[in-house]
Each structure stands twice: as structure tokens, then as C-alpha cells.
Ligand binder design. Sequence first.
Ligand code: FAD
Ligand code: FES
Length: 277
Amino acid sequence: MINPYEHKEAQVIKVSDQGTDIKSFDFKIKDGGLLDYTPGQFFVFSLPGYGESVFVPAEKVGKKNVYDIAVHKLGRVTSRFHQLKTGDTFGIRGPYGNGFDLNKFKGKNILLIAGGIGLVPLRCLLNYYINRNELDLKNRSIQLLYGCRSFGVMIFKDELKKWNRDFDIQISLDEGDHPAGTGMNCYKGVITVLFNKIDIIKNGVAILCGPPVIYKFVVPEVKQVGYNDEDIYLSLERRMHCAGLGTCQHCAVGPYYVCKDGPVFSYAQLKDTVQYF
Ligand SMILES: Cc1cc2nc3c(=O)[nH]c(=O)nc-3n(C[C@H](O)[C@H](O)[C@H](O)COP(=O)(O)OP(=O)(O)OC[C@H]3O[C@@H](n4cnc5c(N)ncnc54)[C@H](O)[C@@H]3O)c2cc1C
Ligand code: FES
């Protein structure tokens, strides 16, 4: 029988600053193993004596056995994570949740919409495609709309610059400071301003992740562009306790548990639960 609490030991191989209060940690599984997951699934990370937190790891580009997580320092566990150095270890168990249904995205244009640290699961998907030569940009378009408070809190800027050579990235910054020299299009205002300024790709799937306000104000814009409820996907983040076991009910949204039924839902599934956002 599978023990849902069984964890692997992982070792930090690099720590990088990714913006205000956000660090990324490159890590390897200590026994040399791989994480078996679908992009969009999450894992539970543990630090003995401090507790557990839920993060979404991504493969490093070009290295399927090296992963990273971006950790936003908020409370007890994430603050302790920020003290980790190269060589330190932590526990990891999972994956949990459903992840993205990659079959439904095959051959389709992909509109990615992220707010703040919500870029994390979308980057996990992009790196997964890149490592398997599945971006398929000859046959489809990918566009990323990324909204942040300021340039200082934008994460994975170096990767954004690289991606910007291959597909369209459009950025909105609430405070309007311009990322001079990055070559990326940047507009002042909240992410919805982009819908009036640029051509949004159509005829595909739209995938959103960010704070709840994103779902409330961005979904109507995406629908206005012509996306059906079934083709709009939301990756939700909720406070979790049992994280993936479906026993504590902390992550309930309407009839669903985000940790078991999600975190990825179609808008068709969620549209009657918007009052919970
Ligand atoms: C599916 C999923 C994926 C996630 N992926 C990532 C990720 O890749 N990187 C990352 O940095 N974080 C991610 N998170 C959020 C992360 O799990 C929490 O921020 C973290 O567990 C906080 O732990 P803590 O002990 O430091 O904070 P605590 O001491 O437990 O709480 C500190 C403060 O943060 C608030 N808080 C805690 N958890 C959340 C939450 N989930 N949403 C909003 N506020 C919260 C609390 O209300 C409190 O005010 C994810 C969450 C989910 C559910
Ligand atoms: S976190 Fe316990 S049911 Fe989802």
C-alpha cells in the first residue's frame, strides 16, 4: 500500500533572489530519482521542526533531474526556507492534485495569464514543454500576459527575456516602472489594461493563475475575446492543511476540494462558485 506521507529527501544546489521576498531554490532528489508529475500538480515540502508548505516545482530547462521552486516568504515555513543554503536538505512528498490535462492543450494556441507568483505553475508547464520539444510553435501561438505590482516583484526575469524571443510576452505593472532594456512590452496598470492595448491570441485555451482578483476581473475579459467556459482553466491556490489527502476540508471551494479535485479547474466547473473567490 502507498504511504501518502512518505517523503523523499532533496538537497539544495543553488539559491537565487527572484524579487522582493521571493527566492528560488534549485534542488535534486538525493537518491538521484526523478519527480513523476504532470505540470500544475503540487508537492508538499517539509522542514523538520518547522512544518510543511505546498509549492509547485518546475524542471530546470535542459535538466530533467534538477528542479526549482520559487518561495514567497510569508510565515513560519517559508521564512525558514529563505534561510536555506546550498547543501541543505528538505523533505518532499507528492505529487498531489490533478495538474493540467495536456491532451486538451495539444495543437491549440495557449494564452497564459499570470499575476505575481501565479507565474509558477505556468512556468512549470512551459519548462515541461521546452524540455520535451513540445512547445510546437510552428503550429500554434503561445502568449503570456503577466501582471505584477512592480518590476521588483517580477520573478524569473532572465527566463522571461529568453521566452520573449520565442513567443509573445506582455507585461503590466501596477506601479508602471518600465523594465528598461528587457525588450519586453510593458504597460502601466493592472493586468486587464492589456486587453485594450494588444491583440490577444484567440481560438485556443486560456490558463490563468494568480490572486483571486485575477479570476474575478480577467475571466470576463477572456470570455469577451471569445474563449468558451470549457477552454478557460484556472489554477487555484487555497490555504491547505492536510494538503492532498482530502480530509480536512480547508481548501473547499463550492463542491470541490482544491487539493484533490484541483488545483486546476475549467471555468465551466467553477462559474457557479465565483462567490467564493
Ligand atoms: C496548490 C498550491 C500551490 C502553491 N504554490 C506555491 C509556490 O510555488 N510558491 C509559493 O511561494 N507559495 C505557493 N503556495 C502558497 C504556499 O503554500 C503558502 O504561502 C505557504 O504554505 C505559507 O506557509 P508559511 O508557514 O510560511 O505561512 P503561515 O505561517 O502558515 O502563514 C503566514 C501568512 O500567510 C498566509 N497564507 C498562508 N498560506 C497561504 C495561501 N495558500 N494563500 C494565501 N495566503 C496564505 C496566512 O494567512 C498568514 O497570513 C501554494 C499554495 C497552494 C495551495
Ligand atoms: S487541504 Fe485538506 S481537504 Fe484539501
